[in-house]
Design a protein around this ligand. Sequence first.
Ligand code: KIV
Length: 249
Amino acid sequence: MEDFRARKRRGERITALTAYDYPTARLLDESGIDIILVGDSLGMVVLGYPDTTLVSFEEMLHHTRAAARGVKRALLVADLSIGTYDTPEMAVANAGRLVEAGAAAVKLEGGASHVGQIEAIVRAGIPLMAHIGMLPQSVREEGGYKVKGRSAAEAERLVADAQAVEKAGAFSVVLEIVAPEAARQITARLPIPTIGIGSGNDCDGQILVTHDLIGLYPWFTPKFVSPAVHVAEDIRRAARIFTERTRSR
Ligand code: KIV
């Protein structure tokens, strides 16, 4: 975990992508990605739920086990899904189950409100990645995926959240859909790396949902993502080729 702070000091960018299965995790690992996240975005891009609030912890464990089999080198982080870290005791117990499933670190959503959970997990010897800004597990209360930190007051609150999670022992913090200027300020004021998603170019690293990056979930692409390839098109083409070959014997 110290390595991530050192990389921030040296100005080296950190790369992170999601994986929920063995082949994807293995391909990302072989490609040199620094961090592989078994995110609860699993629920949307793999399981077909409308948001991450329906993901069960058993599903997280199942997919963490699968991804872990493919990872030899990268840091494998797994998400604590909704309702699994309501108290510090629950957070420690469930973080431990993700580690048993093969994760090297865990992530939870929340800032100053979750200092107790973060301290307890770190005290139990489990590295913790924090997640502030837009919190997908709260999307229903929030009424959508909205940019955070546009006003000075909201930016200050985010800085306070970031400082709180750092003080509690987080080794890095995801900034999700944070206004770029607020993300820049947080990044400048923290000794641990910020990993941005839709939060501008000034974070210490970037994370994306792999399905968005590779165009494997073509029905919705977040505004801030430029797919690097279009795998959905390749799958459709392959299925058409197979169909033609089969029908023409
Ligand atoms: O679940 C997830 O994939 C995430 C990333 C988008 C940061 O939390």
